[in-house]
Design a protein around this ligand. Sequence first.
Ligand SMILES: [Zn+2]
Length: 87
Amino acid sequence: MDFKVKCLQCNTEVEDTGKFHTCGCPNGLSFHNGKITAIDLDLVVEVPIYKQETKVHKPSSYLSPEDMTFQEERKRRKVKRLSYDVR
Ligand SMILES: [Zn+2]
């Protein structure tokens, strides 16, 4: 349940650090002890911290071809081993 909140008015992300602080714009977004307060909550979004890394954009299509060739090689190896076993 790690997440921070983002004020869409000033694009400032506020984390619940245990200290009370606001995003700094007139919307006055704060995130303290798990409580989100703001003048206009419609301008506040929750940003899961684990999803942040996906947001930073390592395109999944970049990694998957390598993964696939790796898995294919694994399959071939297994097939080879199997044919060895048969002999
Ligand atoms: Zn703000």
